[in-house]
Design a protein around this ligand. Structure first.
Ligand SMILES: Nc1ncnc2c1ncn2[C@@H]1O[C@H](COP(=O)(O)OP(=O)(O)O)[C@@H](O)[C@H]1O
Ligand SMILES: Cc1ncc(C[n+]2csc(CCOP(=O)(O)OP(=O)(O)O)c2C)c(N)n1
Ligand SMILES: [Mg+2]
Length: 342
């Protein structure tokens, strides 16, 4: 009899994490939150620490034929800072681990670290350690970020409640559209190396892909305005997929409105040029690293005039489901079709 074999694709990334979590036991009361949010939350004196880690692999997260090493270094840090921001915490330290194949020189590692150090400077964090090994399959970077907050400031995915307002920062879909442009220009270059890539027209979207920004500016502004989101997460896999996580963790439903979804003009125009539906890019494009959060209605007036926070819908009862109200006024069931690793 052969042993049972289950393909990871049968349960997917989140199914696999849930499966692993079933056998993980929490031993310390200082572990306030383990697996299941943007970062773990650990009690530490009169504050809490948040800890998060994200891995970037050559070929999966970046392609060195168009991503400069310095941008890859910056992005590896920024995506982790984004998870600290998503907890409503302030980042303080990072560790950086790298695996290098013999393709990489000291100068190449210097280029990678110029981006890492620029990000550490930009976000005000100390690089306090890491690990270095050989790799048989290109470049791997793993960053862990540690942040701090007061216990009552932490915003979990699980705190959204009926009638809360759903907010999104910045604009969405740019990173996906930027990736499509970079891939298109790579194909053109591979079929004819004399062709120069035409990228000037697409600077906003390619920058969204290559050098994303974590929205720490918004976290500082929310503190100044004394607003603590009832729930929050960052958008790494796509808005629709992240809304599903908030709904699951908070046991709520959502209604969002197509005409409220934020999209940049260059993202819109480029999506159309590529034959993509701009709204699908906004809902399912990954790697925007904007913040998705919910606020109590009493806080709306404090944020109403903010130029970079968009109110896209409201929280409903779990049994009311997850809906997108289209421009024509029809309610369509929201589908989570974000980035899939498996
Ligand atoms: N292999 C793993 N073992 C333990 N926990 C994991 C593993 N992979 C992911 N997690 C945890 O699962 C949760 C969701 O992870 P992920 O979807 O990657 O979050 P994010 O998009 O915020 O990085 C997080 O709490 C993360 O720490
Ligand atoms: C070469 C290349 N292929 C594909 C992508 C697109 N991509 C890779 S990972 C990802 C989703 C986010 O990464 P993940 O590891 O799931 O981050 P997390 O959700 O854990 O923060 C996307 C959209 C890319 N950026 N570069
Ligand atoms: Mg992750």
């Amino acid at each position: 009899m052969s042993e049972k074999r289950t393909e990871i694709s049968e349960i997917g990334e989140f199914g696999l994490i849930d499966h692993l979590n079933e056998k993980i036991k929490i031993r310390h009361t200082s572990t306030l939150k383990g697996i299941g949010d943007d970062a773990a939350v650990i009690e530490s004196g009169d504050h809490v620490k948040v800890v998060t880690t994200d891995l970037l692999l050559e070929g999966v997260h970046f392609d060195l034929s168009y991503a400069p090493l310095t941008h890859v270094g910056f992005k590896a840090v920024a995506v982790n800072i984004s998870d600290v921001a998503a907890m409503n915490a302030i980042p303080k330290q990072i560790t950086v681990s790298i695996a290098l194949s013999n393709r990489f020189s000291v100068e190449a590692v210097d280029a990678l670290y110029s981006g890492i150090n620029a990000a550490a400077d930009h976000y005000g964090v100390d690089v306090v350690g890491g690990d270095t090994t050989a790799s048989r399959s290109g470049l791997v970077i793993s960053v862990t970020a540690i942040g701090e907050a007061k216990k009552e400031q932490i915003a979990y995915r699980s705190g959204a409640k009926e009638n809360d307002i759903i907010c999104v920062t910045g604009d969405l879909g740019g990173a996906l559209v930027g990736l499509q442009i970079l891939e298109r220009e790579k194909q053109v270059f591979m079929s004819n190396p004399d062709m120069k890539p035409e990228l000037e027209k697409y600077q906003i979207v390619t920058a969204r892909q290559l050098r994303p920004e974590a929205r720490m500016d918004i976290i500082h502004e929310l503190r100044e305005l004394e607003v603590i989101p009832t729930s929050m997460m960052d958008i790494s896999d796509g808005l629709a997929s992240e809304l599903f996580h908030i709904c699951k963790a908070s046991k709520v439903g959502v209604t969002i409105y197509e005409d409220k979804l934020p999209i940049d003009k260059q993202t819109y125009d480029t999506a159309v040029e590529l034959g993509l539906d701009p709204i699908t890019c906004v809902l399912n494009g990954g790697e925007d690293y904007e913040l998705l959060f919910t606020i109590d209605q009493k806080d709306f007036l404090k944020l109403e005039k903010h130029p970079d926070i968009h109110f896209i819908g409201h929280v409903t009862k779990e049994e009311d489901g997850k809906y997108l109200v289209t421009k024509s006024g029809t309610a369509a069931q929201l589908k989570a079709q974000g980035w899939k690793h498996f």
